[in-house]
Design a binder for this molecule. Structure first.
Ligand SMILES: *[C@@H]1O[C@H](CO)[C@@H](O)[C@H](O)[C@H]1NC(C)=O
Ligand SMILES: *[C@@H]1O[C@H](CO)[C@@H](O)[C@H](O)[C@H]1NC(C)=O
Length: 278
């Protein structure tokens, strides 16, 4: 951990010792430069401007738990300077130039020759990876830019659970939403008592499924005319998020209409009548 603590101090030294390539300072290049493997894909433009960050292209990011996060640091006019990645939390040096410095092999540094982008990839994201990462240019004094990584886990919610009671003949609508998902799930499946509910309107089942994708993706399962056979366990199973279940109880039609009729819609067809008795 001494190494980590000294990381910031070491960067300029490491940069000078390890990364600065030899030669190739010719002002007029007539032939294409082929980067030397030993000197790690590094160019030395001859213009003298000071390096600076492109903040637009080095922004905060949000990534999914268990997936890969790609943090980018874009630096213009790098000259003969070096770009390093440091984890802010414990001042742990992660990458110098295109080298990965940490022993944690979930981290990979990437830098293509002549590119202005220094990438830090973090694989198999964990909650504890969330936080600030510092992109540092080895100027004197060093220039720093902080990038925040959020690690999110999508959440599945079914409105009205865990138990839903409705009258026979009522309309049943189950609404399942996927929250905190950086991209909409590729699909959302519904199961009724472990049997897949088809997206195609199947004759006889009386169930319809529709899905709207967006920053919150919502899937609805609709039964226009709920029957006792529609009772049971309904499971919403999104591609990128945990499955969730509710239990639906369709109350037999001959029971007194003791339930608030505003919440439970009356039957759509007039074959059964409710008689309110006091
Ligand atoms: C980097 O370039 C500057 C001028 O552009 C030069 O003064 C300096 O010595 C160079 N540093 C290294 C480590 O080559
Ligand atoms: C990046 O995240 C940090 C920490 O959450 C925040 O302070 C900063 O304003 C964010 N920057 C941008 C450009 O959103």
């Amino acid at each position: 951990m001494l190494f980590s603590a000294l990381a910031t101090l070491l960067v300029p030294v490491l940069a000078a010792d390890v990364v600065v390539p030899v030669g190739r300072l010719d002002k007029d290049r007539t032939t294409q430069d082929t980067p030397n493997k030993d000197t790690q894909d590094f160019h030395q433009p001859s213009y003298p401007e000071h390096p600076f960050f492109d903040y637009q292209e080095s922004s905060n990011i949000t990534a999914l738990l268990g997936k890969t996060a790609v943090l980018n640091c874009r630096v213009k006019n790098i000259g003969n300077k070096t770009v390093s990645w440091i984890r802010h939390r414990d001042v742990h040096l992660l990458a110098v130039g295109g080298f990965t410095y940490t022993s944690d092999d979930r981290f990979t540094a990437r830098h293509a020759a002549a590119s202005q982008d220094w990438l830090l990839m973090i694989h198999y994201l964990q909650e504890r990876d969330a936080g600030l990462y510092e992109c540092q240019i080895s100027t004197t004094p060093p220039q720093s830019h902080l990038i925040h990584l959020s690690v999110v886990e999508p959440e599945t919610v079914i409105a009205g659970g865990p138990d839903i009671y409705i009258n026979t003949g009522s309309r049943l609508t189950l609404t399942c939403s996927v929250l905190h998902s950086p991209e909409p799930p590729a699909f959302i499946f519904w199961y009724h008592d472990n049997k897949l509910v088809s997206y195609e309107r199947t004759r006889g089942s009386g169930m319809e499924v529709s899905t709207e994708r967006g920053s919150v993706t919502t899937s609805r399962l609709l039964v226009q005319d709920a029957r006792p056979r529609h009772s049971g366990r309904y499971t919403c199973d999104p591609a990128n998020s945990r499955r969730r279940s509710v239990t639906v109880h369709v109350i037999a039609g001959d029971q007194p209409a003791a339930i608030d009729s505003l919440e439970y819609e009356p039957p759509l067809v007039g074959t059964c009548t409710f008689t309110a008795t006091r």
